[in-house]
Design a protein. Structure first.
Lengths: 227, 282
């Protein structure tokens, strides 16, 4: 193990960290907003909202993220009418294509996590809330969401970790994040083991921080409830 | 009890047979190629590999009286697979460069490296100076640099795509990165698609590959522009990648290639596939 080379690796890979973290953060944020909307559509009992939401979730959960990325990046670029429209200023740049693919993908998974969390709140709680005269928005804010959030936190923590790792696909469409820089380093130095161990260690570090944050939040939310 | 001894003898018998099978494996040369670099190497619609290098490989193996297995691999994985022992030779349009020679060995060259630009015919870059002029960076580096300076005003603010880990990307980094933005792609097809959609303004790659690409209906409206570079960072030519320790195999390949060059096989195959003669001059 050449430690001087490992250190050099780390320094070169750090240049990709802002892009990796930026993509993960923004795609998670946009995904969460989208997921809430889709979850609302799924939970509304209206068929004309429910079924499109089901279709969206089915498509984006059922196809690989790489395929979705290729469709958005290369596939959309094939339509000349799209290239002439205002959307092309964004779709032309790889960053927005990757962000869109990541956000749509995580929205599908997260909407199911949200729906599972909300459905797990005992119906008796909602009935008692109604019987003491709480308004609908108060029931959501004070009864359903806190309990649903507590229930879905482990699964959502999983989703955040998966997002951080999914950003590594961005290098396939020319974005130089950590994995892209690592691949370039390997092609220059021909030492795949050291370089990829370095890159892996960086991802491990990010995921460790996320895991600790989620565990901390979990323990605070379940204060007094732990057996 | 009988079943157990029957199974035991079956296992022993098959392992003995397997050890005999191994005795022939040392004669098989596993050649790896990319399969995404038409007309040098590509995958036919039926799924089989074909191209200039595939036919040349079969010819060389016949001359060496060895059995060859040709398979397709990811470009970035070729050298690691070679050093890891999963393959024995690389024939994938890989140029001989000092950087690569630090980690692998090469046979003698079997084709000269010619690289050029591909642009959209209706873009401003179609008027790049140096129309198809051949520039050897070894013999005329100052002339090349002067030509690049002439190209600079046209290239300013544009984006050029190259395949990663290639001599084209090394050239782009050395001479063009101060003038244009250079984007690296995993394959030649990927950067050609982005040229068509307008994400990049030009592509730098092997001139033969690009010339064939202009005839592809999905790349309608593209044209080669600017000079054709060789030598310098592009190296002395395309060779077969081999492990450094495999000196016996290198000697066999060298002999076969020299024979193929001498009797005109390389010229014939290159005119058939590459539409011009890339026989190296030595």
């Amino acid at each position: 193990m050449d430690f001087a080379f490992l250190l050099e690796c780390f320094k070169r890979l750090l240049a990709g960290v802002p892009l990796t973290l930026g993509l993960s953060l923004f795609s998670c944020a946009i995904g969460l907003v989208l997921a809430s909307a889709i979850c609302a559509m799924r939970l509304s009992k209206k068929v004309w909202l429910d079924y499109p939401a089901r279709g969206f979730v089915s498509i984006f959960r059922g196809t690989p993220l790489l395929v979705q990325l290729f469709v958005i990046y290369y596939g959309l670029g094939q339509f000349s009418w799209l290239r002439g429209s205002f959307a092309w200023t964004y779709l032309r740049e790889a960053y927005w294509c990757v962000l869109a693919a990541l956000a749509l993908n995580t929205a599908a998974y997260t909407s199911e996590i949200l729906r599972g969390g909300i459905n797990s709140v005992q119906h008796g709680q909602i009935e008692s809330a109604l019987s003491v005269g709480l308004r609908k928005d108060q029931i959501w804010r004070c009864v359903i969401l806190p309990q649903a959030w507590r229930q879905m936190l482990p699964a959502y923590g999983n989703e955040i970790i998966l997002q951080i790792k999914s950003t590594s696909l961005a290098s396939i469409v020319t974005l130089m994040e950590v994995t892209g820089i690592a691949a370039k380093l390997v092609s220059q130095s021909y030492r795949p083991i050291e370089v990829f161990v370095c890159a892996g260690a960086l991802y491990l570090l990010f995921n460790f921080v996320v895991t600790r944050a989620v565990t901390l939040m979990e323990s605070r939310l379940t204060r007094g409830m732990r057996r | 009890m009988q079943l157990k001894s029957l199974m035991l003898s079956a296992v022993l018998f098959s392992s003995v047979c397997a050890s005999f099978a191994n005795a022939d494996d040392s004669q098989v040369i596993r050649i790896a190629t990319e399969g995404a670099y038409a007309p040098w190497n590509f995958v036919k619609p039926g799924g089989q590999l074909d191209g200039f290098e595939i036919e040349l490989a079969r010819d060389l193996c016949d001359r060496m009286k060895a059995k060859c297995e040709i398979s397709a691999h990811d470009w970035d994985g070729l050298i690691p697979s070679l050093n890891g022992g999963q393959i024995d030779a690389i024939m994938a349009g890989m140029s001989i460069t000092p950087k690569r020679q630090e980690v692998i060995g090469f046979s003698r060259t079997y084709a000269a490296p010619l690289n050029g630009f591909l642009v959209l015919a209706n873009s401003s870059l179609a008027k790049l100076p140096g129309d198809a002029k051949s520039i050897d960076l070894d013999k005329d580096e100052t002339g090349a640099e002067a030509l690049i300076n002439q190209m600079a005003p046209l290239l300013k603010g544009k984006v050029i795509g190259v395949q990663g880990s290639t001599t084209a990307s090394a050239f782009a980094e050395k001479y063009l990165s101060k003038v244009v933005e250079v984007r690296e792609y995993k394959t030649v097809d990927a950067h050609n698609m982005d040229l068509m959609s307008g994400r990049i303004d030009a592509v730098l790659a092997n001139a033969v590959v690009l010339k064939l690409a202009t005839q592809d209906p999905s790349l309608k409206g593209t044209n080669m522009a600017g000079p054709i570079f060789s030598g310098g960072v592009f190296g002395p030519g395309i060779g077969i990648g081999l492990r450094k320790s495999d000196t016996a195999l290198k000697a066999k390949f060298d002999e076969a290639i020299t024979a193929a060059v001498k009797d005109g096989t390389v010229k014939k195959l290159s005119e058939k596939w590459l539409k011009f003669d890339v026989t190296p001059l030595e």
